[in-house]
Ligand binder design. Structure first.
Ligand SMILES: [Zn+2]
Length: 370
């Protein structure tokens, strides 16, 4: 397998302080910001002379990525009644090879790991990321180690193992990060998900894969940006990647507004004045993909820089919405159905207008959790 690095990729930059770094796996984000107690992720930087890049396409760090056919997911429109009172479009990420948006991240980050000469990757996962990374590592001939919690559904753990991953399980969520952190300086196994407290987020090479969501939405709409993009979020990898994609194609002043969906106020609390490095109380049984009591700077920045908004949604509403959606032919996992609950709530509160042009990222298929 020949992997070619994009000749226009020049390095990485910190999203907070804009310091520049060489092309490498800085697994704890920007060292300078980490030392200041304000961890922040890096982003890939490309030479601006993209003349040989087709119009409407985002840059990617590698030109021949490891792929299982991810992306190109349908943008479903004419969905009258899916959210009563507003006509939304659904970007159906459950159509990806392992049933979630994580396949975009996995394709990009496993390509990076293979190109950089690692034997494998290590990740902490609540389910979708582990299944996805296992599949892409299998394709690339790399090892995959996934750290999960003991309450991860047995079927999901079985899927990871069937796909060739080594799965290690811990009683508490933070023990997954402690496990991943042991590989922070490894030259054999690349940690690709966050293990820093406070969090920085996942590998910037993987996050580049999410820029393609923005590219596809614009392409499907003839280049016209929606007003709002609704994104379920935990530590904001997807939201930040989608924002980067729109910024690259439209410019910083013309990006769509992001509505981050969260199971209890985190970004919403920061927008209301809370310290972003605080611990945010709250729990969710229904949306494990969106859990966690700490925020990454990239989540807050994705909202601030897009003049966006954060919408907390509760377990009970999401459980009811998931049941309703399944009966109308949309087998979304609850963490995805949460996006539609968020639209209903924002509509009822007047934060989104009934005539607004809204795309909801339906992040994952619900069949895996059965
Ligand atoms: Zn920095």
């Amino acid at each position: 397998m020949t992997i070619v690095q994009n000749p226009r990729l020049t390095g990485l930059a910190c999203l907070r302080c804009d310091r520049r770094y060489e092309i490498a796996d800085h697994t704890t984000g920007c060292p300078a910001c980490l030392a200041e107690g304000a961890p922040a992720n890096l982003e890939c930087v490309y030479r601006p002379d993209g003349a040989d890049r087709p119009a409407g396409r985002v840059e990617q760090p590698y030109l021949r990525p490891v792929t299982l056919g991810e992306g190109g997911t349908p943008l479903l429109t004419d969905l009258a009644g899916v959210v009563p009172g507003i006509d939304v479009a659904l970007k159906w990420e459950g159509a990806n090879p392992t049933g979630s948006h994580k396949d975009r991240f996995s394709a990009a980050v496993v390509t990076r790991a293979a190109h950089a000469g690692y034997e494998g990757v290590v990740a902490a996962s609540s389910g979708n990321a582990g299944v996805s990374l296992a599949a892409y590592c299998g394709r690339a001939g790399l090892r995959c180690e996934v750290a999960v919690t003991d309450d991860t559904p047995a079927r999901v753990v079985e899927l990871m193992r069937d796909l060739g991953a080594d799965v290690v399980s811990f009683p508490r969520s933070e023990q997954r990060w402690e496990h991943t952190a042991r590989y922070r300086d490894s030259t054999l196994m690349l940690p690709v998900t966050n293990f820093v407290v406070p969090p920085v987020g996942s590998s910037p090479f993987g996050i580049e894969g999410y820029k393609l969501v923005a590219e596809e939405i614009l392409a499907d709409r003839g280049g016209s940006a929606p007003e709002w993009v609704v994104v379920p979020a935990s530590r904001g990898d997807l939201a930040w990647g989608v924002h980067l994609g729109f910024r690259e194609l439209l410019g910083a002043d013309a990006v769509p507004r992001l509505c981050l969906v969260e199971p209890f106020p985190r970004v919403a609390a920061v927008l209301a004045g809370a310290d972003q490095w605080a611990t945010f109380p709250g729990d969710t049984r229904v949306m494990p993909s969106l859990g966690g009591n700490l925020l990454a700077a990239q989540s807050v920045e994705a909202v601030r820089r897009s003049r966006g908004h954060a919408e907390p949604v509760d377990d009970e509403s999401v459980r009811a919405e998931t049941r309703r959606l399944w009966r109308t032919g949309f087998p979304l996992e609850p963490s995805s159905a949460a996006g539609l609950v968020a639209v209903s709530r924002a509509l009822a509160a007047g934060r989104i207008n009934p005539d607004a042009d809204v795309v909801v990222l339906a992040t994952a298929h619900g069949l895996k959790g059965m």
